[in-house]
Design a protein around this ligand. Sequence first.
Ligand code: SF4
Length: 348
Amino acid sequence: MKNINKEPDFKHIGNKLLSWYEKNARDLPFRQTKDPYKIWICEIVFQQTRISQGLGHYNNFVARFPDVKTLAEAEEDEVILYWKGLGYYSRAINIHKAAQQIMTDYHGKFPHEYEEILKLKGVGKYTAAAVSSICFNGKMPAVDGNFYRVLSRVFADGFDISNSRAFNYFSELAHLILPDQVGDFNQAMMDLGSEICKPKNPLCRECPLNEDCLAFSMKKVSEFPVKAKKMKAKDLELKYYFVHRNGQFLIQQRKDDFIWKKLFEFPPEISDALVPFVVGVKTVSHKLTHKNLSIEIYNVEVLSEEVWNHFIAENSYLTTDVESSHEKSFPKPLETYIRNYEEAYRFL
Ligand code: SF4
């Protein structure tokens, strides 16, 4: 970090960014509001989902749960259902819990202060900074990957962005250029990072910061940001049994929280009595963050009513059919399997 201890004046960089933002801000629907509830939901939704992909889901979500109270009073399963298509279901569970927390700890009023917002379930420093700055004039930079990329390029700073201290490091760097209107600045950084200072092929000639950007002037833009270690995805094998009879099949809600917490799944094992009814197996691959899944799904068509009833009596699985399965949330590969079965079953 160059000269960081001498506190040089880099505020003009932040101000240039603000002037650019005034003319070039993207016209996003959630920018029309300062409602902290909606800003919070949208920050969570768009953390990992592209705006074009997530907008429809976001609109559906806030249409069904327009405020903290409605969300807090909803059933968890319904919240998860409305999160369908956005992945990362633990976020939906956390949002639901946080809404209840706001009702009990803050009398239903969204907290204003960064430190208080940070206490909400599932809310990290980035989201707390974004909500407090956009809605309540808070002064914390909402440091995310865009900040890492832009700041490391502007200052030609080789601090490893995969280092566990990167967040603190780049927050400190961000404070050097932070103007007074922090809410607009945070949104400007988001737009600059996604439209101009993109990870690949940044549009430096159009960039409002190009005169100040060290990486650009040294023709070393492609060398920043620096990322040292690469997390290797782990391989994971799963096995499921799609146990069905006359259009009905067996499911259970997951308790394991290492993936797919609270989603529904097929039985992961069957008894010996069901083995003769296995009519096929399908292997599907599915990628999650840091995990490559290989899932074997056995098709078990139970022709004997007695065996079916016995298996149900001996286990705690729920019985469902294709119609009512639409009201439950399944991991993507299982959802696809059910929809294929639904198609096939319709022609029987
Ligand atoms: S000049 Fe290029 S590298 Fe530097 S901030 Fe702008 S877009 Fe990013």
